[in-house]
Design a protein around this ligand. Structure first.
Ligand code: FAQ
Length: 318
């Protein structure tokens, strides 16, 4: 068992000052003193977030070569490139906390670090690209807009640009589904099938229910999180329940019903066994996703070597 060093009076005083700063809505910056647990929580969340963006490129990347027109291909290519950019901003934000990118990537590849459950589902039709943009980016925006006000400066600033791009992503997904919904019977059926498969995994993206969320309470005290998992999930359900009406399609939840008293939609039970099964590595695509990431990293070794050699040459010249 690891024995924790006792907290000194000086540390206690620093911690009080730190919390006062957070409570006063002042940003914490990399060189400021911070509790070790705050630093660790941020590294965990930011790196999981970065990994999600990078692994999240794979399900959509699968359709770049098969997009139904040149315009659709250009849009999808740009979106997937945006996700790579988001991963880079986030890895850079994590690095300001004193951890190296190599270590973060090694933790992803070894299966030690998590990434979002949602990216372990397959993309089997073109309509899945619409469903991902609308539902997955839609969920991501609701979760990420509050992070623009995160107490840790580099993370909050990275999120501002990411959220702007995610909002474009959501619209492009909705537009794909709207086009299909207004098309032939077969196209409408394809859109409905994609929504049926992606809806519940998107609802699960917000994480475990508040009662089972081990980190929420502390993260909210530190203003890393501003809203609980269930609060954000409810916002998502309310938003989708209205937007689906425009598509003229349905979500696969017979219990979805407006509750005037609560001012929110009620919704059916979430299959938490499925969620934890995917989080633990047993979803439909977990193994394939990690295998592809590791392979891409190994195949990119020559790029990293060339970039390092170039940097050394430039430094020697200077
Ligand atoms: N999947 O105590 P909590 C995107 C884990 S980016 C897997 O509630 P926390 C853009 C959690 O890590 C999507 N694991 O944890 C895009 C913890 O395990 P740990 C990613 C999950 O951190 C779109 C345990 O369960 N977004 O979509 C999940 O307070 C399209 C207990 O949970 C972010 O990362 C899950 N869904 O709250 C890209 C946003 N949920 O670490 C490409 C930032 C929970 O102790 C295409 N992150 N777990 O081993 C967050 O807001 C939070 O970290 C939560 C989880 C809300 C995800």
């Amino acid at each position: 068992m690891k024995i924790q060093a006792p907290i000194t009076a000086q540390e206690t005083a620093l911690e009080v000052q730190f919390q006062a700063k957070v409570d006063a809505e002042q940003r914490i910056e990399p060189k400021d003193w911070m509790p070790e647990a705050y630093r660790k929580t941020l590294i965990r969340q930011i790196s999981q977030h970065a990994h999600s963006e990078i692994v999240g490129m794979l399900p959509e990347g699968n359709w770049i070569t098969r997009a139904p027109s040149l315009k659709r291909k250009q849009i999808l290519l740009a979106k997937v490139q945006d996700e790579a950019g988001h991963g880079l901003y986030l890895y850079a934000a994590a690095e300001t906390l004193g951890i190296g990118r190599d270590q973060l990537i090694e933790e992803l590849h070894s299966g030690k670090a998590k990434y979002s459950s949602i990216f372990n589902y397959p993309t089997i039709s073109w309509a899945d690209i619409g469903a991902i943009g609308w539902l997955v980016d839609g969920a991501a925006i609701l979760n990420q807009i509050p992070i623009c006000r995160c107490s840790y400066g580099p993370y909050a600033r990275a999120m501002v640009r990411i959220c702007k791009e995610e909002s474009f992503h959501q619209r492009q997904g909705f537009e794909i589904l709207l086009t299909l919904a207004q098309g032939s019977d077969a196209q409408r059926a394809m859109a409905q099938d994609a929504i049926n498969r992606w809806y519940w995994p998107a609802v699960m993206m917000f994480g475990p229910s508040d009662g089972d969320s081990q980190h929420s309470e502390q993260s909210m005290r530190w203003k890393i999180k501003r809203f609980s998992n269930d609060e954000l999930r409810q916002r998502f359900v309310d938003m989708i329940a209205e937007q689906i009406k425009v598509l003229g399609l349905t979500v696969p939840d017979p219990e979805l019903k407006w509750n005037a008293e609560r001012g929110h939609y009620d919704f059916g039970p979430i299959d938490w066994d499925e969620f934890w099964n995917v989080v633990k590595g047993n979803g439909p695509c977990n193994k394939e996703r990690l295998r592809t990431r590791v392979q891409a990293y190994e195949q990119g070794a020559w790029v990293r070597e060339a970039a390092s050699a170039y940097a050394r040459k430039k430094a020697a010249k200077a």
